[in-house]
Write a protein that binds this ligand. Structure first.
Ligand code: SF4
Ligand code: SF4
Length: 364
């Protein structure tokens, strides 16, 4: 396994990290021994960065890790999160995570899922989440305070430059690389470690393997290999989190991190060219379109719509239900003011797509 610096923390983390949100149920419940063996196998194969959170896997991911960590074969770092804004809520959440994980400290603790600059500011106020995390750090309960975010590149740059964090976790893949890249570079230049999640574009890349086959180089058996290698190729990225639920997935994913052969200039150019031509109809998740006067979460609607562009409108509706947890009926609230379309970096016909979504909802 290749190991990379996690910013200036002095820690070296495995190029492939373990995303702990894809454990597989046995019937109606999780077999903790079986799931723990998946975690330990990854550790045996060199993975040392393990990412979990409250609510993952029906709120059982941290408990599964707690079970696995009792007999971990090698060294490891554990990452967990709090999405709370209030300091006392973060404290309660942290204490619960420590108990569930059975550890004295959490190595990388995330101010979780910062949506935009306003949200960021709400975590930083006196008595807020960041202040509580800082106190916990002084007490030795947290080793490094980091953040995770859905912000675009400019917003990430602002957060990073304001200081206070030693690392960040962002969703990064070929679909959103253009708009997150600026934030990635800003973090690297400031000396932050970076973990990336969602390297497979929410599952679109493997689901549409034919469409994304251009990603593959000679050494990539599958587009999944290629998508992971794309992320691993970035010097700015310390660890690429891959969701792993089975031993087979662990073996496949860790293989990518054994020897990283970065994409060469020609391959990257080919990918970029395809991004700006074949993919010009896809939403990249840059979120420049937000702040709709009707409070429609536009980017979530358009990201879900991506599946329809790739030929699966059923998957679009599943995204609303299972991934975002929002009601697609909100699309009906659009008053066609055009603000979002004027801001869309991909020049997408957002209003028309919202009408499609509203019509599909009617048919259900
Ligand atoms: S066009 Fe519709 S979705 Fe876009 S900003 Fe206006 S109301 Fe919101
Ligand atoms: S709809 Fe356009 S502006 Fe909004 S997230 Fe998608 S690509 Fe970005």
């Amino acid at each position: 396994m290749v190991y990379k610096d996690y910013g200036k923390t002095g820690k070296k983390v495995s190029a492939i990290g373990f995303g702990g949100m894809r454990f597989v149920k046995d019937g109606d419940s999780y077999d903790y021994d079986k799931c723990a063996e998946v975690v330990r196998t990854a550790n045996r194969l060199g993975v040392n960065y393990f990412d979990t959170a409250p609510f993952y896997n029906e709120d059982q991911s941290e408990l599964i890790f707690g079970h696995a960590l009792k007999e971990m074969p090698g060294e490891y770092y554990i990452s967990s999160k709090s999405g709370d804004k209030d300091g006392s809520e973060l404290r309660k959440r942290l204490e619960t995570s420590l108990t569930r994980l059975g550890v004295e400290k959490i190595n990388f603790y995330h101010i979780w899922c910062i949506l935009d600059i306003e949200d960021y500011k709400s975590r930083m106020v006196k008595g807020g989440a960041y202040e509580a995390a800082l106190k916990a750090k002084e007490e030795g309960l947290i080793e490094h305070i980091v953040f995770s975010t859905h912000c675009n590149g400019d917003e990430i740059e602002t957060i990073v430059n304001n200081g206070g964090f030693e690392g960040m976790t962002i969703g990064y893949n070929i679909l959103n690389a253009q708009f997150r890249g600026k934030g990635l570079r800003a973090a690297y230049e400031k000396g932050l470690g970076v973990a990336t999640m969602n390297p497979l574009g929410g599952g679109i890349i493997p689901e549409k393997a034919d469409f994304f086959d251009f990603l593959r180089g000679e050494k990539d058996k599958t587009v999944v290999d290629a998508a992971l290698r794309f992320n691993c190729s970035h010097k700015e990225i310390s660890t690429v989190l891959a969701g792993m639920g089975t031993i087979e997935q662990v073996i496949q994913n860790t293989e990518i991190g054994r020897v990283i052969s970065p994409f060469d200039e020609n391959k990257l150019k080919e990918i970029n060219d395809r991004m700006s031509s074949s993919m010009d109809k896809l939403c990249t998740g840059c979120r420049y379109c937000e702040y709709c006067p009707q409070e429609i979460p536009v980017s979530k609607h358009m990201l879900s719509y991506n599946y329809s562009i790739l030929g699966n409108s059923e998957a679009t509706m599943n995204e609303f239900k299972w991934h975002w947890g929002i009601d697609p009926k909100e699309a009906e609230k659009c008053i066609e003011c055009g603000i979002c379309e004027s801001k869309c970096t991909q020049h997408l016909p957002i209003i028309g797509r919202l009408k499609d979504i509203a019509a599909w909802t009617e048919q259900k």
